[in-house]
Design a protein around this ligand. Structure first.
Ligand code: C2E
Ligand code: MG
Ligand code: MG
Ligand code: MG
Length: 278
């Protein structure tokens, strides 16, 4: 019989809890199996220069697929991986895999920075810096070719300790970017405290810039402010030419979205790189 901490110190496992966790149990089993059998993969989505459209980077995104078909999408399995602690192993795997890929591209003559998403739990878990450092040493990747994407939730979670850790990572030469900007606590004044190189404007803003004048104004203001703080600005979820034109004219330096390419397997991404001057 499973006991859980409750209001009165403990409570018995309730049927509705076991029902609610059935889907998450199944995802957990699939994740454990995938981790043990090498069935996780990464896809890479181009980040392009806003002016010329050249690929200037890649975001590595986890996939849980069998024969190219998603068993679950990240929005389903990342929360389960967080709840179960599996994100520490999965995230470490993703980080090493992305570094190996970036190193391989570097050897082929494409110095393309690859960014990797890092979950709050993974980041706060003891030894994150040491694991990162070991992976960089082991893969031999130039740290400037690695970028970590963190959300505001992660950056605000651990107080001074978190800021110190961010500084240490940056001193190692790794770039940091603030993902999903605008979705969280998003007080613009916080931005100056976060030691980040880039800010990624969430796709919810991008989606609405052409539909709603207020969103357009806010997005322009975010871009201006980020630039005045000397940070790169990248827009995510760019799907149309109209959005792209607006963002470019507003001063956004990089873009990412289906307009320029959906996440794709490494081999496909490399074909895209081969089509453009090194
Ligand atoms: P994210 O880091 O904000 O990644 C961007 C998501 O937007 C990706 O979804 C990407 O496929 C999707 N996307 C890109 N361009 C477009 C577009 O033009 N339109 C639309 N509608 N969507 C677009 P994906 O791959 O399903 O990942 C979802 C989230 O899961 C990511 O959001 C990230 O938070 C998380 N995630 C993915 N891989 C990892 C990982 O390796 N580690 C961790 N901790 N989280 C990950
Ligand atoms: Mg991201
Ligand atoms: Mg994002
Ligand atoms: Mg997201």
């Amino acid at each position: 019989e499973v006991k859980m901490q409750g209001r009165h110190g403990y409570c018995f496992y309730a049927p509705e809890m076991s029902q609610r966790s059935a889907a998450s149990q199944r995802i957990e089993n699939v994740l454990r199996h995938a981790l043990a059998h090498g069935e996780l993969s990464l896809q890479y989505q181009p980040k392009v220069d806003a002016i010329h459209g050249h690929i200037v980077g890649a975001e590595a995104l986890l996939r849980l697929q069998v024969d190219g078909v998603d068993l679950f999408v990240p929005d389903q399995f990342i929360p389960v991986a967080e709840d179960t602690g599996l994100i520490v192993s999965i995230g470490t795997w993703a980080l090493r895999e992305a570094c190996l890929q970036a190193r391989a591209w570097q050897r082929e003559g494409w110095a393309i920075p690859v960014s990797v998403n890092v979950s709050p739990l993974q980041f706060q878990y003891a030894g994150f810096y040491e694991r990162l450092d070991a992976i960089l040493n082991e893969t031999g990747l130039d740290p400037h070719l690695l970028e970590l994407e963190l959300t505001e939730r992660t950056m605000m979670s651990g107080g001074d300790g978190t800021i110190r850790l961010l500084r240490r990572i940056r001193q190692r030469g790794v770039r940091l970017s603030l993902d999903d900007f605008g979705m969280g606590y998003s007080s613009l004044s916080y931005l100056k405290h976060f030691p980040v190189d880039a800010l990624k404007i969430d796709r919810v803003f991008v989606r609405d810039i052409t539909l709603d004048a207020e969103t357009a104004a806010i997005t322009s203001a975010i871009i201006d402010m980020a630039r005045s703080l000397n940070k790169d600005v990248i827009a995510e979820g760019v799907e149309t030419e109209v959005q792209s034109t607006f963002l470019r004219e507003a001063g956004c330096s990089q873009m990412q979205g289906f307009l320029f390419g959906a996440p794709m397997p490494a081999a496909k991404f490399q074909e895209r790189l081969a089509e453009q001057p090194a």
